[in-house]
Design a protein around this ligand. Structure first.
Ligand SMILES: [Zn+2]
Ligand SMILES: [Zn+2]
Length: 122
């Protein structure tokens, strides 16, 4: 499966355990490969052994950062982009949600606002 990360000549020694992926190799990952990991199509923990320690740390960091940013700009309810409508931040779970998705037409004049899920839990 590592084959689609690199070209075949690079992948073979990695699969055979002859070399490990280094931080330098990360730059050779193509965009399609990154996307597979970002979208969790591939379980990252299955490929830990292919990386050296430093490369793994860096790899993991890049994926996590990307996923965090992505999540931050998507409505928790409908999973669509926040730019589609006015949004509000839940002060408890820190998720952004479109106002209409929680039945609001404007931002409530409260210091602290909680999404329905968090309000239920409290
Ligand atoms: Zn929404
Ligand atoms: Zn919440």
């Amino acid at each position: 499966m590592i084959v689609w990360l690199f070209n075949e000549s690079l992948s073979k020694p990695i699969i055979n355990g002859l070399v490990r992926i280094t931080s330098e190799d990360l730059e050779k990952f193509n965009e399609t490969s990154w996307q597979k990991f970002r979208n969790d199509i591939v379980d990252r923990t299955l490929i830990t052994n292919f990386f050296d320690e430093l490369a793994w740390t860096e790899f993991d960091k890049r994926i996590s950062e990307f996923n965090r940013k992505k999540r931050a700009w998507i409505c928790r309810c409908c999973k669509k982009s926040l730019s589609q409508s006015k949004s509000i931040l839940c002060d408890r779970c820190l998720d952004w949600i479109h106002l209409p998705c929680v039945g609001l037409s404007s931002v409530p004049r409260k210091k602290i606002w909680m999404c329905p899920d968090c309000a239920d839990e409290n």
